[in-house]
Design a protein around this ligand. Structure first.
Ligand code: N2P
Length: 361
């Protein structure tokens, strides 16, 4: 999927001048913004916005570390942000160009500073959890009324997965999220950096992998909404978007999101400017636009993810700020864990293990 948004105003501006139009290239996660904001940015700034999407930190990282990505703004999750900063992939933000930074929420900026000390390189865009999306009717049909829908037992117990395979299960293609979940299920530290501990998850993951119809990180939204699959291990807001798409289609599909009771990963997606960004000036304008309280609220209201912007909260819909699946209460927060980046040696173990699990060899 690729958006190339050019508003009427920008077209008129282009035709009126012989100068090459100013442009900014943004690379964000799929299903992660209200697209009317993209047009609003162009209308307000006269800058042409090229907006591409991805669904995997690994894909973004490969482009970034190769250099010359051509992007002005990218959106890595915290652990990836941290090692990309260390690798020199980003430029420091110019605070004088980001007056809306005063809108940010210190609770979240402080958490992100674990990955970006001093919040020098990035601003939080949105954050959420990794959990279980369930088609209630189909899962109860397959497993009975007592189906453990709020537990990782649902997907990590091979006996359950055998029964669910018939109605379809998708997993994120994200080793750095599925392996910590498997560790949490096994009672190990989900943030373990010890290859021997990490390897303990392999037999279990290999046992269930044949029952996973697809390891993919964005198709599950429509697949859940259409009733094509009955379970997805996915991201909170994506599953809530699936719930809404099903409700809008009035197709009788009822989707729920659960942060598993054994614990759920809390992650943070952050906007940063590559060191070789063609237009860092416009990148700052885009970041400042995103940090506007009403713009940020519009984005969260649309995609059902919480954001790192305190001032936006008064503009959030009640079904967003009032939903503990999006803005966790204290009890939910206690179940959430965060992770740290793997060093290259451990990362190689993880990558190899993941390839093996998916290919079933
Ligand atoms: C948006 C998913 C982004 C969350 N569709 C993953 N960090």
């Amino acid at each position: 999927m690729k958006y190339h948004i050019l508003s009427g105003a920008a077209v008129a501006g282009l035709m009126a001048s012989t100068a090459v139009a100013e442009e900014v290239r943004v690379y964000n996660w799929s299903d992660y913004i209200d697209e009317s904001l993209l047009e609003k940015f162009e209308t307000e700034t006269g800058i042409e916005l090229i907006y591409d999407v991805f669904d995997s930190n690994e894909v973004l990282e490969t482009k970034l570390l190769a250099g010359g990505s051509g992007y002005d703004v990218v959106v890595p999750s915290g652990t990836f942000l941290q090692r990309q900063i260390t690798a020199g992939a980003f430029q420091k933000l110019d605070a004088s160009k980001l007056p809306n930074a005063e809108n940010m929420w210190s609770v979240i900026s402080d958490r992100v500073s674990k990955y970006d000390p001093g919040n020098q390189y990035a601003i939080n865009y949105m954050w959420g959890t990794t959990g279980i999306g369930v088609n209630i009717g189909k899962v109860k049909e397959a497993l009975g009324e007592d189906a453990p829908v709020d537990s990782l037992e649902l997907v990590f117990n091979p006996a359950n997965m055998e029964k669910l395979a018939g109605c379809g299960v998708h997993f994120l293609d994200s080793p750095v999220e599925i392996i910590p979940a498997a560790l949490a299920f096994m009672g190990e530290d989900p943030d373990s950096q010890d290859p021997d501990v990490i390897r303990k998850t392999e037999p279990m993951l290999s046992a269930i992998a044949p029952h996973v119809q697809k390891f993919h990180s964005s198709e599950y939204i429509n697949a859940l909404a259409n009733g094509d699959i009955c379970v997805a291990i996915g991201w909170s807001g994506d599953i809530l978007q699936a719930r809404d798409r099903a409700a809008e289609a009035e197709n009788g599909v009822e989707i729920e999101y659960y942060a598993p009771k054994e614990g759920a990963l809390m992650w943070f997606d952050n906007m940063a400017i590559p060191v070789d960004a063609p237009n860092p000036e416009a990148a700052h304008k885009f970041l400042n636009f995103i940090m506007d309280a009403q713009n940020m609220a519009a984005a969260s209201n649309y995609v059902y993810y919480a954001n790192g912007n305190k001032a936006s909260q008064e503009f959030l819909e009640e079904d967003v700020i009032g939903d503990t699946a999006i803005y966790p209460d204290e009890a939910t927060l206690e179940k959430l864990y965060t992770t740290s980046p793997y060093d290259p040696k451990v990362q190689r173990v993880v990558t190899r293990m993941w390839t093996k699990i998916k290919s079933g060899t």
